[in-house]
Design a protein around this ligand. Structure first.
Ligand SMILES: *Cc1c(COP(=O)(O)O)cnc(C)c1O
Length: 229
């Protein structure tokens, strides 16, 4: 009468790392060229500690208050890197800056300017990515592909921001192959507007292999590491 034993976070993490390594090899990319952002939203700080103990350093959070709380609860982990990957309202920009997060979701001049103002006040620089709505889905965050050049120029003009690259959340689809064109579209925007070393944050639990084949430098993986939310 054995109960089904759930794999631990450490085991799931090892599995995801193996998937990433296989995808890197299949794409002819060097081992370690893809950074895993472990998406810990809605999961307790103890889950982050377990992943951290297994060597994971970069974590993604979607909600400002949760990000702030976790930075405080995990203050002893000095090399913990937090990425904000949710929709950011301007009145929360200050909290995200003070939590020393990399902001993956800059999608407007106004948000960029607010982050710049808060970063300058705090005497630092915020690493940011420009979020692109590659499929031009209505109601979805992210800047229009045609507006990317102007937003990049604005971000580059702001001394408090450090532009790292581009991020996208493509349309939901069960079939990773149907998402591929959206990943390659983000890569094409990178190739047109930024240098080849700029980050591409794309790919999640279900489609990270396709994203890596299309050039992802960062994959954001939640469920496959921490289980269902
Ligand atoms: C939740 C989330 C993820 C992780 O999704 P999973 O399917 O759980 O891997 C990645 N990116 C963003 C922006 C998210 O909100």
């Amino acid at each position: 009468m054995s109960e089904r034993v759930e794999p631990t976070i450490t085991e799931r993490l090892a599995e995801v790392r193996a998937r990433i390594a296989r995808a890197e090899a299949e794409a002819g990319r060097p081992p370690g060229s893809v950074t895993l952002v472990a998406v810990s939203k809605t999961k307790p700080a103890s889950a982050i500690r377990e992943a951290y103990a297994a060597g994971q350093r970069v974590f993604g959070e979607n909600y400002v208050q949760e990000l702030v709380d976790k930075r405080r609860e995990l203050a002893d982990l000095s090399d913990l890197e937090l990425h904000f990957i949710g929709h950011l309202q301007r009145n929360k920009a200050k909290d995200v800056v003070l939590a020393r997060a990399t902001v993956e979701t800059v999608d407007s001049d106004r948000l960029a300017s607010e982050l710049d103002k808060r970063a300058s006040a705090a005497g630092g620089r915020v690493p940011v990515l420009v979020q692109v709505n590659v499929a031009r889905e209505p109601q979805k965050s992210g800047c229009d592909p045609d507006a990317v050049a102007a937003l990049i120029a604005h971000v580059r003009s702001l001394p408090g921001l450090e532009l790292r690259g581009l991020m996208t959340i493509p349309p939901l689809d069960e079939e990773p192959e149907r998402i591929r064109p959206h990943f390659s579209a983000l890569r094409a925007l990178r190739d047109r507007h930024l240098d080849a070393s700029a980050w591409l944050s794309m790919g999640m639990s279900a489609d990270l292999e396709v994203a890596i084949a299309e050039g992802a430098t960062h994959v954001r993986v939640g469920t496959a590491i921490f289980g269902a939310r």
